[in-house]
Design a protein around this ligand. Sequence first.
Ligand code: PHB
Length: 390
Amino acid sequence: MFRNIMITTVAAAAVSLAGASAQAQSTVKIGALLPMTGQQQSTGVQIAAAIRLFMAQNGDTVAGRKVDVVIKDDGAVPDNSKRLAQELIVNDKVNFLVGFGVTPAALAVAPLSTEAKIPQIVMAAGTSIITERSPYIVRTSFTLPQSTVIMAEWALKNGIKKVVSMVSDYAPGIDSEGSFKDTFAKGGGQILESIRVPLANPDFAPFLQRARDAKPDAVFVFVPSGQGGTFVKQFIERGLDKAGIKIIGPGDVTDDDLLNGMGDQVIGTVTAHMYSAAHPSAMNKAYVAAFKKANPNLRPNFMSVGGYDGMHLIYEALKKTGGKTDGDQLIAAMKGMAWESPRGPISIDPETRDIIQNIYMRKVEKVDGELYNVEFETFPNVKDPGKAKK
Ligand code: PHB
């Protein structure tokens, strides 16, 4: 109901966006578009919690200006993201648009951030192309190729020769499939089948049966955050683990948010990713403890750090501009910025405005009665390989 009300008011307000952000305001306004309901809800919940935690720890004033965050639920539906972004720009006169739980939401808003000259901070979505769609986009999440290329190299070195690829049938899935396949095939690996599974309400079972019949060493999987539990359950129900088939992929499938519910059969699963709740730095230990204290029963996952670091980026950029909210000045301030995240050291590539970060190889293990992705190898300062190719 809440969303329907938003949509009708936005339609009437869709006038010229140019200059809307330039007005002098005492409060810095951040509009967050997040899936707080629907299939991607866990992403919205994690990022909203991380934004709140950052502000609780760092205050709601920066460079002499009060910071106000408005969260709007787009349900991960790109038409909603676009309408809500228009309303946030025109009516609320926001200085930043942040969030974006899925790639289509980030892409739908890109032309608006360009027109209004408002920084668009992508805290979740992971398709390589996103940062190329607006000069005002800066990403604090990840790209899928950052993890999949490293995953492919690891598989080649660890006796995995034949793989069935299984990805969600939309942009980040296609990105994952392509980047994994390129590296794996070049290194002599064989892709037996490339299967694409519908994004909405997926039933993996028939596809898993097909995968099992192909007798691969491993299934390479990309599912978006929130779907890993269903995938693993059906993988086990279909007996693929007992047939000796491994799960490999970017770490979205063994998401820290859901991992504890997947059961001990998932122990030993190897993935490549940018964040684990078990990352052994002092900063991450403090982050996990503070996050859990503020959100009982919720363990921070890789989406949460995209939100936390996105807020850091905004605060530091405002410090650099002396509290000015001119979009071009803010983007210039963000380029090349480097800091320590709970995931490890990160920076913003000044050329592409995309994140540069460590990618870790991890294996699911039981530690103190809980399942964790335990890191065992680090690939430092990985740029998006998806862009290097173009
Ligand atoms: C995306 O839509 O870009 C996306 C969503 C969830 C993920 C990864 C990528 O876990």
